[in-house]
Design a binder for this molecule. Structure first.
Ligand code: GDP
Length: 595
C-alpha cells in the first residue's frame, strides 16, 4: 500500500505557533510538543521560521511551501481600541492614509533619547524655522514629502498608560537595541508591550559605531525573542543606526514608511473627531495646555472638546514648532488652549457640538467612575474564568516572573501543557526578577494576571496593582502554581479573598452634616460594625453602595467598633444617598491561603 500523498500548505516566512497549529489542524500544544522534541522551547505566541514550521507541518502530513514574501507586517487581531471603532464606523470610501505615529521603546541607555534627537535634527524642514523649540510631547518629520509623527516621551509607561485607557499608543514601535549590549530585560518587556498591543516593531540597531558592537549576535537574540530579522526570512526589519553619528536615520525613516504602507493606517479627516491626549501641563498665564494627537477628523480653533474629565472651546492651536495653526488633521499633534482643567496623558478626546453636551458626557463619566469605584474590577483568575464561561474571554493572559532563568522554562512548559482546552493561555512576558510597576502596567493594559515564582512584588508594584485592580499571585512551589492555573481553567479556584459578614446595622435616621455629606443614624442589629471594615448599603434586595466606612461615631466620639444593640452614626465614603430603612452590612475580606 502506498502512503497517502501529503497535502500542500502555504506558510509565511515566519508564523506564530498558534497560527501554524490552526493551519495544520492540531492543537497548539501538539505543535509545541513537536518543537520541544526538536529541542525548541517556544510559547504559543512565539513565531517560528519557515524551515522549522515546515518540519512540524511534515510531521502532521503536510508539505509546506513558502508563501510569497509580501506583507511582512503582523496582522491585527483581537480587541479593538476605541479610536479604531470610530474609524470602523466611517465609510470605507472616506478613509485616506494618514502619517504613521511612532513611539520609541527600548532598554535604558540603549539610545532612545539620542535617537529621538537625531531624527529631529535630521529633518531638513525643521531647520528652516530654527528647529523645534517647543516640547509638546510629539513632533513630526518629513521624508520624501511624507510626514511621520514621533511620540517624544520614550518609555513603556507612557505607551502602556495610553493603551490602558483604550487610546492608541502608536501605530509602529521602533525598538532601540544597542549593538554592544544586545537584548536586555527592558527590550523583552518592550517586545511584550508591542506584541500585546499588536503594533508592528522595527528594530533600530543602535551604536553600530562602537568598536565592540556585535550586530549578528543581537540579531540572533532578536530571533530568539520572536523577532526574526527580515534578512533571515523573518518579518522584522532591523535597521543599523548610530544616533550619535547620525547614521542610518534616513534608512530608519524609510523603513517606517514601508511598514506604514503595509499597515492599515488610515482615517477620515472629515469624520468624527477623536484622538489621544499626549500630555498636559498647567501654564501660569495660559491655563491648562494639552497636547492632542488627532486620530480621526480635523480639530479646529473653536472646536468644543471633551478630554477625560476636562472640556472647553479651543481658543488656540499650536503645532510642535510653536506656530499657531487653525486646524489639525489625523496624526497631527497640536498643543491647545481652552480646556477648563488638565486632562491626563492617555485620555481619549472627542469633539462635540455644544458645551452642554460636553458637560453631560463628563457628568456621565464621573457617575460611571463612581459606580466602578464601588465595585472593584479585579482581574482575578476566578473572575476571568467566569468570563471565559460566559463566552466573554477565550484566553488567559499571564505575566510570569521567577527568581531564575532555570525556573522560568519548566513553568512555561507546564503552563502551556495546561492550555489544551478551548481556553488559550498566553504567556505575554516571562522574565527573572521581582514584580515591578512595569509588569503591573503591562498586566493592566492586557487584562493579564501576574504570577510570581520565588519572587516578591515591589511596594510600588503592589500599590499600583491595588489601584489598577491587577491580580498578583505569588508561589514558591511549582506544582501549587500549576495547580492553581489548572483549577482556574476548570473554574474550581478558591477565590483569592472571601467576604465574611461581621455585622448589620439598620438605618433609623439620616443627618446632614454642616460641612456637606450625610451620616446614617443606625442601630447595630447583628454582630458588630467596624471602622476599618468594608460595607454594603442594602435597600430591599438591591445593593446601592459597596465601599468603605468613612466615619463611625458613638454620640460625639469616634469609635473603632460598635457592638450589637448599640446606636451609632455611620458615614459612607463618597456616598450620601442613604435612606431610612436601608441596612448597612459590614464585612471583612479574608485572604484565602494559596501557599
Ligand atoms: P536612553 O536611556 O535609551 O534614552 O539612552 P540615551 O539616548 O540617553 O543614551 C545613552 C548613552 O548612550 C548616552 O551616553 C549616549 O550618548 C550614548 N549613545 C546613544 N546613541 C549612541 C550611538 O549611536 N553611539 C554611541 N557610541 N553612543 C550612543
Amino acid at each position: 500500500m502506498s502512503e497517502p500523498k501529503s497535502k500542500t500548505i502555504k506558510l509565511p516566512a515566519i508564523i506564530p505557533v498558534r497560527d501554524l497549529a490552526q493551519l495544520v489542524d492540531v492543537s497548539a500544544i501538539n505543535v509545541i510538543r513537536k518543537l520541544m522534541e526538536n529541542g525548541m522551547m517556544v510559547s504559543i505566541n512565539q513565531a517560528i521560521d519557515f524551515d522549522t514550521a515546515a518540519i512540524v507541518a511534515a510531521e502532521m502530513g503536510f508539505e509546506a511551501v513558502l508563501e510569497s514574501q509580501e506583507a511582512p507586517v503582523e496582522k491585527e487581531t483581537g480587541e479593538v481600541p476605541m479610536w479604531r471603532q470610530t474609524i470602523a464606523g466611517e465609510d470605507e470610501s472616506t478613509l485616506t492614509p494618514r502619517p504613521p505615529v511612532v513611539t520609541i521603546l527600548g532598554h535604558v541607555d540603549h539610545g532612545k533619547t539620542s535617537l529621538l534627537d537625531a531624527i529631529r535634527d535630521a529633518d531638513v524642514a525643521a531647520g528652516e524655522a530654527g528647529g523645534i523649540t517647543q516640547h509638546i510631547g510629539a513632533y513630526q518629520v518629513e521624508l520624501k514629502g511624507r510626514q511621520i509623527t514621533f511620540l517624544d516621551t520614550p518609555g513603556h509607561a507612557a505607551f502602556t498608560a495610553m493603551r490602558a485607557r483604550g487610546a492608541q499608543g502608536a501605530d509602529i514601535v521602533v525598538l532601540v537595541v544597542a549593538a554592544d549590549d544586545g537584548v536586555m530585560p527592558q527590550t523583552k518587556e518592550a517586545i511584550a508591550h508591542a506584541k500585546a498591543a499588536r503594533v508592528p516593531i522595527i528594530v533600530a540597531l543602535n551604536k553600530i559605531d562602537k568598536a565592540n558592537s556585535n550586530p549578528e549576535n543581537v540579531k540572533k537574540q532578536l530571533a530568539e525573542n520572536g523577532l526574526m530579522p527580515d534578512e533571515w526570512g523573518g518579518s522584522t526589519f532591523v535597521v543599523p543606526v548610530s544616533a550619535r553619528q547620525k547614521q542610518g536615520i534616513e534608512d530608519l525613516l524609510e523603513t517606517v514608511l514601508l511598514v506604514a504602507d503595509n499597515t492599515d493606517i488610515r482615517a477620515n479627516d472629515k469624520g468624527a473627531v477623536i484622538g489621544t491626549v499626549i500630555e498636559a501641563e498647567l501654564d501660569k498665564s495660559k491655563g491648562p495646555v494639552a497636547t492632542l494627537l488627532v486620530q480621526n477628523g480635523t480639530l479646529e480653533t473653536g472646536s468644543i472638546v471633551v478630554a477625560g474629565n476636562a472640556h472647553g472651546r479651543l481658543r488656540a492651536l499650536f503645532d510642535f514648532r510653536g506656530r499657531k495653526v487653525q486646524k489639525a488633521g489625523p496624526s497631527f499633534p497640536v498643543s491647545v488652549m481652552g480646556l477648563n482643567e488638565m486632562p491626563s496623558a492617555g485620555d481619549v478626546f472627542q469633539v462635540v457640538d455644544t458645551e452642554k453636551e460636553a458637560r453631560q458626557i463628563i457628568l456621565e463619566r464621573t457617575e460611571a467612575a463612581k459606580q466602578q469605584a464601588t465595585v472593584a474590577k479585579k482581574i482575578t483568575l476566578e473572575e476571568l474564568f467566569s468570563k471565559i464561561k460566559a463566552g466573554e474571554a477565550q484566553e488567559l493572559n499571564l505575566i510570569l516572573k521567577a527568581d531564575m532563568q532555570g525556573s522560568l522554562e519548566p513553568i512555561i512548559g507546564e503552563i502551556n501543557n495546561l492550555g489544551k482546552g478551548e481556553i488559550r493561555i498566553n504567556v505575554l512576558y516571562a522574565e527573572t526578577g521581582n514584580i515591578s510597576e512595569n509588569d503591573v502596567l503591562l498586566a493592566s493594559s492586557s487584562q493579564a494576571i501576574i504570577i510570581g515564582f520565588s519572587v516578591q512584588a515591589d511596594v510600588a508594584a503592589r500599590r499600583l496593582a491595588e489601584k489598577e485592580g491587577v491580580s498578583i499571585r505569588l508561589y514558591d512551589i511549582i506544582y501549587r502554581l500549576t495547580e492553581d492555573v489548572e483549577k482556574a481553567l476548570k473554574g474550581m479556584l478558591a477565590p483569592e479573598f472571601t467576604q465574611k459578614v461581621i455585622g448589620k446595622a439598620a438605618v433609623l435616621a439620616v443627618f446632614g452634616l454642616s460641612k456637606g455629606g450625610k451620616v446614617a443614624g443606625c442601630k447595630v442589629t447583628e454582630g458588630e460594625v467596624r471602622r476599618n471594615a468594608k460595607v454594603r448599603l442594602l435597600r430591599g434586595k438591591d445593593t446601592v453602595y459597596e465601599g468603605d466606612v468613612a466615619s463611625l461615631k458613638h454620640e460625639k466620639d469616634d469609635v473603632r467598633e460598635m457592638r450589637v444593640g448599640f446606636e451609632c452614626g455611620i458615614g459612607l465614603k463618597n456616598f450620601n444617598d442613604i435612606l431610612v430603612g436601608d441596612v448597612i452590612e459590614c464585612y471583612v475580606l479574608e485572604k484565602t491561603e494559596i501557599e
